[in-house]
Design a protein around this ligand. Structure first.
Ligand code: B12
Length: 292
């Protein structure tokens, strides 16, 4: 039977010992000393979530470099687990693209969770692994190699993999205030916005995620109720550039009125033909979001 750990799976002490390459007694001692978080069942058994392991791996490089991912997914073979350990994107890009096109959600989740667990930089997973894969899905659709519905299936498989990662991403206790992440009112592309959300949460921002098709004119209530310090607009495609530009101007006005810094990114920004007198910060990659 297929067994694939995802963000809500409860992992046993025995499997955690195998993953970290230590014995069960050590795992139990680490939970007692608080070095490794866990949850306890009614029967007092220790159980672990992926985010507990991710937090431990993030704080203990010695172990993250030699994690065994096999207990996490019984479909995983040694070669693939080594590609994840080495973050070998050259091999992983065609593999994940193929798994996305065949709607193999658990294979996509295993690669994303595995990369995050071995401390691979989240912005790099988004910039250097998932962006090329999503662009290839678009090219295959344009070249007629994928039908519209197959493009939907493949991109949604990636989107689901990203969304489940949200519960694995380690969020610092200290918060940095609120950040509002949106797309304009005619935009259906929200996968990059989800990536931005995770990167900001990983930095300690509380993210107000309104995602697809957000009518800017209606966001006054968000500024009033939540006073976000930062606003991130993701723009990938603008059906009507003039209307989109007018909406952008409205958003700019709101950011000015409510003292929020406006960040903009995405392949659709060029369509807005914004001139640099406009007060906003144009970011070109998820690494930029991480350093913004
Ligand atoms: C998935 C997808 C969809 C899905 C969206 C699902 C969802 N929930 O997101 C669906 C099926 C709904 C869809 C619909 C359409 N789509 Co579409 N879609 C895509 C696809 C395959 C991936 C989009 C994506 O997430 N890319 C990943 C991002 C990360 O890549 P990127 O933009 O290059 O990002 C880089 C930078 O821009 C930056 N970045 C990106 N976003 C952000 C945001 C911030 C804040 C920052 C700081 C940085 C940043 O970081 C990345 C660098 O590492 C693209 C192909 C492609 N090349 O992207 C087509 C694509 C964007 N779609 C396209 C089109 C034409 C459409 C439709 C009009 C098709 C139709 N006729 O119905 C509709 C329009 C819907 C609408 N009104 O928005 C075209 C757009 C062409 C253009 N720009 O003019 C593309 C490029 C396909 C193509 N090759 O032609 N689509």
């Amino acid at each position: 039977m297929q067994k694939t750990a995802n963000s809500t799976s409860l992992i046993s002490s025995a499997d955690v010992a195998k993953i970290l390459g230590v014995n069960v007694a050590t795992v139990k001692r680490w939970t007692d000393t608080g070095k490794l978080d866990c949850v306890k069942t009614a029967g007092g058994h220790r159980k672990f979530l992926l985010r507990h392991l991710a937090a431990f791996a993030m704080g203990h490089e010695k172990y993250s470099e030699r994690l065994s991912l096999l207990p996490l997914d019984n479909q995983l073979n040694l070669e693939l687990s080594h590609q994840i350990l080495r973050a070998d994107f050259k091999q992983l890009i065609p593999y994940v693209l193929d798994r996305a096109i065949t709607c193999d959600q658990s294979a996509v989740k295993t690669v994303l969770n595995g990369l995050y667990m071995v401390n691979q930089d989240l912005a790099s997973i988004y910039d250097d692994l998932l962006t090329p894969i999503l662009r290839s899905i678009g090219e295959m659709w344009i070249d007629g190699k994928l039908s519209v519905s197959e493009e939907h299936l493949a991109s949604q498989t990636i989107r689901d993999g990203i969304i489940q990662l949200q519960d694995v991403v380690v969020k610092p206790r200290k918060t940095q205030g609120k950040a509002f992440v949106l797309t304009l009112s005619e935009e259906l592309h929200d996968i990059p916005a989800k990536m931005v959300q995770h990167l900001l949460e990983q930095r300690g921002f509380q993210v107000l995620f309104s995602g697809q098709k957000t009518p800017v004119g209606d966001t006054v209530s968000v500024f009033k109720s939540f006073s976000p310090k930062r606003v991130y607009l993701s723009s990938i495609y603008n059906e009507n550039a003039d209307e989109a530009r007018a909406e952008f101007k409205e958003l700019q006005g709101l950011c000015k009125a409510y003292n929020a810094i406006l960040y903009v990114g995405g392949s659709g920004v060029a369509q807005l033909e914004l001139d640099d007198t406009d007060e906003f910060l144009h970011l070109n990659s998820f690494a930029d979001v991480q350093n913004s």
